[in-house]
Structure formats: C-alpha cells, structure tokens
Ligand binder design. Structure first.
Ligand code: FE2
Length: 131
C-alpha cells in the first residue's frame, strides 16, 4: 500500500472516534439499564472493519476495501440516525444527543472516504512498480 501519512492519520483518528462511539453506546445502555454484551459484539465487528483499513493490503483489493469502508460508514450513519430518532420519540433526549454525536463523526468519515475514492481508483489503475 502506498504510504499516505495523512490518510493513516485520518484512519487512526476514526479508530479513536469509534472507541468513543462504543463508550457512548455503553453509556446509553447504562441509562436504559440494559446489558452491553450484545452491543459489544456488533461494535467489535465495526472496529474490525475500521482497523482493516490500516493494515497492509494488496493493490487490487484497495478499491473493494474503499467501497466496503464507505458502505460501512454509511450503514453506521443510518444506524445512529435510526437510534437517534427512536430516542427522541421516546423522550430520551440525552441518548438522542449521544447517537447524534456518533452519527456526525461517521458522516464526516464517510465524506472523507468518498473524497479518497478517485485517488484510490487512479492508483489501482497504475502499473505495478509505478510508485
Ligand atoms: Fe465509523
């Protein structure tokens, strides 16, 4: 994978954000008196998706990974939006705020991934050894 310090920095930032998302979700579950065990496995798989980006990958997999990462972030946005609406409808304004915060950070990550796509595709079309 081509070294791209700013991309690696952005990905690391989102891994930290994702950890905070997990903490917020646990806090919300605590407010509702629910157990975080089932939520933990879902979040663990989301974390896995985020971390897969930062590992070394073969060139021909970069586009597929870029699409998959973008889809994952958009799915997270949709999940947090649904949770935010449900929380608002139930009068749980604090939980709605936490979900909105997570949603905004995932939206920002999805936007960033979208902006990277042209470069990822262009690099995948370059002959091996061009860098
Ligand atoms: Fe995310």
């Amino acid at each position: 994978m081509k070294k791209n310090p700013s991309a690696q920095q952005r990905i690391r930032q989102h891994i930290d954000e994702t950890r905070r998302h997990s903490e917020r979700v646990e806090r919300c579950l605590g407010l509702l008196g629910a157990s975080p065990s089932s939520a933990k496995s879902t979040l663990a798989s989301l974390m896995g998706s985020a971390q897969a980006v930062s590992t070394g990958l073969f060139k021909d997999e970069l586009v597929k990974n870029a699409l998959s990462d973008y889809a994952t972030e958009q799915f997270e946005v949709a999940c947090y939006k649904a949770l935010m609406i449900a929380a608002r409808e139930s009068g749980q304004s604090e939980i709605a705020r936490e979900c909105e915060e997570n949603m905004r950070e995932d939206e920002a990550m999805a936007t960033w991934l979208d902006q990277q796509l042209p470069t990822v595709v262009q690099e995948s079309l370059e002959p091996v050894g061009a860098h």
